[in-house]
Design a protein around this ligand. Structure first.
Ligand code: HEM
Length: 449
């Protein structure tokens, strides 16, 4: 019996239990699959889905075997699965020398939940109002400084906005003379995770040995020194309780045994928030404008509703942008033991990967899935396992509310202040940077006063 038929038989209860091993997938060599994955991930996923169905295996260098999941029911089983079995931190070890061993991104099980609990209060929905004023001020100031009448790439400018917002709302640094060196050091540090040329050495020598490479150490030490100074001075601040930034909240946070977070823990989480929240949000904002400028009637509707202080269409626009251009195309969980899923007995060590891109393009869930239609979310709120730009379960993006709030602020300020036209009428295609899928021409537009 061919493999797909065996799975169907197993799923229908006609077979003899789950099939041990991995589901079928492309036969190309690991090297070739890795090369295609890093350049044309979406095409690769779509081709494989058409050929093998909603569950298929791919082979990626440094990562091992990934079992792609493009069915909401399977995704649900992974997101609600036992965190002891579905490890997310293990798949992020490459970030350990950069973010540190306390980073919520690289931990699993109890240590992960411990750090996550310390961070959560700063990212609850109701906290967002506290950050809103700063976000609006920063977005308005930036947008006013952009030139009009000439082709202008939005993505680097969106990055400038998201970096500024993190410096003020997460680090709580507001004085110009302090912001400048911190901004420079953070930019240089971010290069490690966003510039493939800087990330490659980490991949080549591995997370343990990279720390001994002087060029790598210098980047980290510079940012560490500045953060240590901020933490030290903030610990001594008398107005900690009244301050509204994330760093101040972390200084007040307590572990379950009542102890405060150490400087190392705070350093690791601050840099984690920076890396997780900066480029992702800037990319999503760039895509929102790339899509809106190709749909002037939708941009017009957005402008009219924003002028009326309405947020309903704005929210739908953000949801639709994150559906159609989800920034990150998969999330990964490494199996610590064999698991039965979708008719297979998957071996320990394999990665299972809920596939954001394919779920979001499923025509059964989203009619006309390739079209940008914010209206589809007006009467149908996004589903927990069918709209997954922020992943899910105990690993769901901590900054999901923060990111959507920030996107709303920036888009509101932009459409209020400027007419925006595409620099070139053709749509921009996705282009893979180190981790995120960005608009190929950096969302190039022409602004008008
Ligand atoms: C549009 C912007 C963003 C997107 C698309 C995004 C997406 C994601 C995704 C897909 C994950 C992995 C979830 C999983 O494995 O199930 C994640 C995790 C995470 N994100 Fe975001 N993110 C965004 C913005 C932010 C922001 C602004 C912050 C913080 C300021 C942030 C902080 C985090 C953290 C700390 C994690 C790790 C959570 C954990 O492992 O428990 N993200 N994000």
């Amino acid at each position: 019996m061919e493999a797909a038929a065996k799975v169907r038989a197993a799923a229908n209860g006609h077979g003899s239990g789950p099939i041990p091993g991995l589901p079928p997938g492309p036969r190309m060599s690991r090297a070739l699959q890795t090369a295609i994955w890093s350049r044309k991930a979406q095409w690769f996923l779509e081709q494989s889905r058409a050929r093998f169905g909603p569950m298929f295996s791919v082979k990626i260098a440094y990562e091992g075997d990934w079992v792609m999941l493009a069915d909401p029911e399977l995704v649900k089983q992974v997101f609600t699965g036992d965190p002891k079995i579905f490890h997310a931190g293990e798949g992020n070890q490459i970030l350990r020398p950069i973010l540190g061993e306390n980073s919520v991104l690289v931990l699993d099980e109890k240590p992960h939940i411990g750090q996550r609990k310390l961070l959560l209060p700063a990212f609850h929905g109701e906290r967002m109002q506290a950050y809103g004023e700063k976000m609006t001020e920063i977005a308005a100031r930036e947008i006013e400084s952009w030139p009009t009448g000439v082709p202008y790439k939005l993505r680097p400018r969106m990055q400038a906005i998201t970096l500024e917002i993190i410096i003020e709302t997460v680090f709580g640094v507001h004085e110009q003379e302090r912001m400048e060196p911190l901004r420079e050091a953070l930019r240089n540090f971010l290069d490690l995770t966003t510039n493939p040329a800087a990330l490659l050495p980490v991949l080549m020598v591995g997370p343990d040995r990279i720390k001994h490479i002087p060029a790598f150490r210098r980047r980290i030490e510079r940012v560490d020194a500045l953060i240590a100074r901020e933490i030290g001075e903030r610990r001594a601040a008398e107005d900690l309780e009244e301050r509204e930034d994330v760093l101040s909240m972390l200084l007040l946070a307590r572990h379950e045994d009542g102890s405060p977070m150490s400087d190392a823990e705070i350093r690791d989480e601050l840099l984690t928030l920076l890396v997780a929240g900066h480029e992702t949000t800037a990319t999503a904002l760039s895509w929102a404008m790339e899509r809106l400028t190709r749909h002037p009637e939708k941009l017009e509707r957005l402008r009219a509703e924003v002028a009326d202080e309405e947020d309903v269409y704005l929210t739908a626009t953000i949801q639709e942008t994150l559906r159609l251009r989800p920034v990150i195309v998969i999330v990964v969980r490494k199996l610590t033991e064999a698991v039965e899923l979708g008719g297979y007995e998957l071996p320990a060590g394999a990665g299972v990967t809920p596939c954001i891109h394919l779920i979001h393009r499923d025509p059964q869930i989203y009619p006309d899935p390739d079209r940008f239609i914010p209206e589809r979310f007006l009467d149908n709120p996004p589903g927990t396992y069918t709209w997954i730009p922020f992943g899910g379960g105990v690993r769901r993006c901590l900054g999901a509310a923060f990111a959507q709030f920030e996107m709303a602020v920036v888009l509101r300020e932009l459409v209020r202040r400027r007419e925006v036209l595409p620099a070139n009428p053709a749509s921009e295609r996705p282009f893979r940077r180190a981790i995120t899928e960005t608009p190929r021409h950096d969302a190039e537009v022409i602004l008008q006063g």
